[in-house]
Design a protein around this ligand. Structure first.
Ligand code: G1P
Length: 289
């Protein structure tokens, strides 16, 4: 079955980015001229997904306004003859069919995904975590979908991390199936470096079968007292195969200030409008360091 839907959890407090996230949802922080969540929706759309479900907590207002129509702004831009900006603003509401669902509390990533179960229904779906941004020739979600289409099972994005960083991610116990593809034998959420089953970390792109919802319902709170998606997938892999794909591309953690800066610099250097100027500036600045 074709994957038509994507879930984007955007309900966290954004504690790694306080105080800016006190009033502004982290998913609305800019990466160049677009909020983080628009980059993520665009990745889903570029991967062939038509329906997007955004899981929010109290942050719905700004996110919903961003993806909604803005008649006053549009007429102001029209009057000023700002055709380019007008096109950009008008394009946003038609990017995808976007629905919203509120998570009743901050009960974990697994719980956020479960909150979307009614809107997803009984079909496979993608999950995109907005903190995780990738610079990739083929969108990482598309890479996951290709593995799903071949193996017809859940697929998670994997990348090797240094041993001292295993405690920051879900870590898998892999068995190699093909080039860059593994069957997952087990997975652990944020293990101690001595208990990590490998150095292959889960990054924020998943394709999941709807069976994950039953696994989530059967999952007790784990790390941090939260319902963890990793724990639910560790249950699910006892019933059906779960695969991992070591994607091609560069990963940025845009959910914390240093990672966000690195992501912004990488995007700016590649941007056709400002890339050349910015590169010159960075070189001059580096020469002075
Ligand atoms: C979540 C997942 C974790 C995964 C990570 C990727 O953790 O629970 O398994 O490795 O995203 O970014 P978080 O970073 O939300 O704590």
């Amino acid at each position: 079955m074709n994957v038509r839907k994507a879930v984007i959890p955007a309900a966290g407090w954004g504690t790694r980015f306080l105080p800016v996230t006190k009033a502004v949802p982290k998913a609305m922080l800019p990466l160049l001229d677009r909020p983080l969540i628009q980059h993520i929706v665009e990745e889903a759309v570029a991967s062939g997904i038509e329906h997007v479900i955004i899981v929010t907590y109290q942050s719905r207002g700004a996110i919903e306004s961003h993806f909604g129509p803005s008649p006053d702004l549009e007429s102001a831009l029209e009057q000023k003859g700002e055709e380019g900006l007008l096109d950009q603003v008008r394009r946003i509401p038609s990017l995808a069919d976007i629905r919203y669902v509120s998570q009743p509390g901050q009960l974990g990533l697994g719980h956020a995904v479960l909150t979307a179960s009614q809107l997803v229904g009984n079909e496979p779906f993608a999950v995109l975590l907005p903190d995780d941004v990738f610079d990739a020739g083929v969108p990482v979600t598309r890479q996951m979908l290709e593995v799903y289409e071949r193996y017809q099972g859940c697929v998670i994005a994997l990348q090797e991390v240094p041993e001292e960083e295993t405690g920051r991610y879900g870590i898998v116990k892999p068995e190699k199936k093909a080039d860059r593809v593994y069957q997952i034998l087990d997975m652990v959420e944020k293990p101690d470096r001595h208990e990590a089953p490998s150095r292959l970390a889960i990054l924020g792109r998943y394709v999941l079968t709807p069976q994950v919802f039953d696994a989530l319902r059967a999952t007790s709170p784990g790390k941090g007292g939260e319902i963890q998606l990793t724990d639910a997938l560790a249950l699910l892999l006892r019933q059906e195969p779960v695969y991992g794909c070591e994607f091609e591309g560069t990963y940025y953690d845009a959910g914390k200030p240093l990672g966000w800066l690195k992501t912004s610099v990488a995007l700016a250097l590649k941007d056709p409008r400002i890339g050349a100027d910015f590169r010159r500036y960075v070189k001059e600045m580096a020469a002075d360091l």
